[in-house]
Design a protein around this ligand. Structure first.
Ligand SMILES: C[S@@+](CC[C@H](N)C(=O)[O-])C[C@H]1O[C@@H](n2cnc3c(N)ncnc32)[C@H](O)[C@@H]1O
Length: 355
């Protein structure tokens, strides 16, 4: 069925919801035997992300890079995580068929549609701006409640039915927070959902970032990826409104890179970017992200026993690079490289705790 395109207005941190969504849709198309997220594929077709209406040039740039750039399947990895989350939720709701499942920082995640057993009660929690977009694209189904609150606001815990068990998930969310906020958050879960479980992803402090990421690929592929990134940026620049270009130039002026562009035109930016080393690019990208998202707490976690030490009510059920059980035979060489990298660097870990 052909549905109309929906214009969505997203800025700030909620805009980050588009990336895992694109990743799940992409993986669904490429590896349907492994994971297929029909809703993500449908949503990506329907969303019309209005570059001009967004006050975030960074989002516009990334969406272009994602659609046009020949990037390695980083977002495919996000989708493999989703498969893992599905398995864990399915195990829990087999034992607790009427459980409450809370999707913390839900964005446009559609896990409910894949795991629903007809009995669970599902909650999608996100910032008000995130829930607004969710309602626009995915009206609340039966047995699903949308909660427009910050995950740091303890009042959401009272909105959850705790009678039949509580399972929580948070995928690609906690990297925006400070450690002190996460400490309070986990204690809040232990106060309100004793015996409940949570599965979440966290960044690793060992992750080598852009440079190590690039080093995974053969030199000719690295060059092709760099060129394609620059092509995608140029494409964005040609379409972007002037105020967004000005914003990008203002932020670049504040970066700590050893050199600065000689002017404000595309050719100046391209010449400047091309001569930066991968390490300088990595630092510049990190600073650009922080400037455009307004806040990136960068909480990272190696070992969930750290959390158990914060609060002795919390125990670790499972943790580590949980991709080891994913069958690799049908995956592309790029995808396997990314998975190996993730296992070695702990770049994308999944944690499963009882609170
Ligand atoms: C990278 S997206 C991930 C979305 C979703 N979990 C997924 O995998 O598709 C991060 C999400 O966290 C949400 N978020 C960020 N800060 C939040 C907060 N304080 N409270 C609730 N949600 C928050 C954002 O609005 C966004 O939807």
């Amino acid at each position: 069925m052909q549905q109309d395109k929906v214009k969505v207005k997203l800025s700030g941190i909620p805009a980050s919801m588009l990336f895992p969504l694109w990743g799940r849709a992409q993986l669904g198309k490429e590896y349907s035997s492994l994971f297929y997220d029909a809703k993500a594929v449908e949503l990506v077709e329907r969303i019309d992300f209005d570059l001009a209406a967004s006050d975030m040039p960074f989002m516009g740039i990334l969406s272009h890079v994602f659609r046009k750039g020949n990037l390695p399947p980083a977002f495919g990895l996000v989708a493999l995580m989703a498969k893992l989350f599905d398995d864990k939720i399915n195990t829990y709701i087999t034992e607790h068929p009427r459980a409450s499942v809370v999707n913390i920082g839900s964005g446009l995640d559609a896990t409910f549609y894949r795991v629903d057993n007809g009995l669970i009660h599902w909650y999608d929690l996100d910032l008000p701006a995130g829930i607004e977009v969710r309602k626009q694209l995915l009206p609340e189904p039966d047995r699903v409640t949308y909660i427009a609150k910050s995950l740091l606001d303890p009042s959401w815990c009272k909105d959850i039915n705790t009678e039949n068990g509580v399972f929580m998930m948070a995928q690609a969310v906690f990297q925006f927070f400070e450690e002190s906020e996460m400490k309070q958050f986990f204690s809040m879960l232990a106060d309100n959902f004793p015996g409940g479980e949570i599965v979440f992803t966290a960044m690793s402090r060992l992750d080598g970032g852009f440079r190590e990421w690039m080093d995974m690929f053969p030199p000719e592929q690295r060059d092709a990826m760099r060129a394609s990134l620059v092509e995608a940026l140029k494409d964005w620049w040609e379409k972007a409104p002037q105020d967004q270009k000005n914003k990008v130039n203002d932020v670049i002026a504040t970066l700590k890179t050893p050199t600065k562009p000689n002017g404000a035109e595309w050719s100046d930016l391209e010449a400047w970017w091309t001569q930066l080393s991968d390490t300088e690019k990595e630092e510049a990208l990190r600073d650009l992200m922080a400037a455009f998202f307004g806040r990136v707490g960068m909480w990272a976690l190696e070992d969930a026993n750290e959390i158990a030490k914060w609060d002795n009510r919390i125990t670790v059920i499972d943790q580590g690079s949980l991709l080891k059980n994913v069958p690799r035979d049908s995956l592309s060489a790029d995808m396997r490289r990314v998975m190996d990298y993730s296992e070695q660097s702990g770049g994308f870990n999944v944690f499963h705790l009882r609170v």
